[in-house]
Design a protein around this ligand. Sequence first.
Ligand code: ATP
Length: 303
Amino acid sequence: MSSTVRAAAKINLHLGVGAPREDGFHPLDTVYQAISLYDDVTVSDAETDSLSVAGSPHVDVAGVPTDATNIAVRALSEASCETRHHVQIAKQIPVAGGMAGGSADAAAALLAHDRLHDLGQADDVLLAQAARLGSDVPFSLVGGTARGRGRGELVEPIVDLGTWWWVVVPATVGLSTPEVYRHFDRLHPDAPAQPAEPAELLAALATGEPVRLARALHNDLQDPAIDLRPELGELIVRGEAEGALRGMVSGSGPTCVFLCDSQEGSMEVVAALSASYDVVLSAVGPVAGAHVVSTREAEWDLR
Ligand code: ATP
């Protein structure tokens, strides 16, 4: 038997970061949105544990571990799984791009394992397993548009009346999330303990109005990411000059995302940026969290 689960990339519409806590984590007040770039994770019964990772034309999987450190494999350990599995990951989410690709794979593996073995675990149980794996993993299960607090793992769905069109420009070389947080600390030695709240953004989401949302987007990690990679600042200026309502660094970067006024508007920005950038994608949000796309007998069972 095998079970395939699809999980979406996330962007942060608001990312407020406070001073580091005693446990070293930064307190966050963030608004996540799941957008239509997906990884598919298939978990199959097998005689020995194994993992395969496939990329796509725009995703280089060279940086993705193929051993037990892969977060999808760690998710199966977190699920206290004692049986053997083959895990297949098909990636469309940029690696180390600030779009929570690894977290998506972890969420997908947790759900695929649950469905494969017909465990029917309660949402709370899956969410607790997800939170132990990483700050963004609970959101990858939930999807849609949601507020994240704590270190991002305390997730609460919020009202979002929009259909938002995004242009996504990944970078060829990833950026380490811990490195961006360290640079945030250097740039903001006096950051307040409480991260900035997303009041205006929540109001904008409830109107469904793109110009208003564009004005309310906020990312405290954008300046540190641009300081480390000045070309991201140039990309944002260029995308806005080509007609995007607003460009921003996605999470800790280096992927940049551009909010557009419509699907047609996003296609125009894609066409314009494609002249200078190798990979320019369009995506819509919000989309669903991790969900089963197929459960089937393994091929060798059908013979
Ligand atoms: P986030 O936005 O959650 O901080 P990210 O999108 O910047 O994460 P990921 O794509 O999740 O970054 O990858 C971060 C690192 O995690 C990679 O450089 C890689 O070494 C490791 N990793 C482990 N498992 C995976 C996986 N299944 N997919 C991608 N990266 C993985």
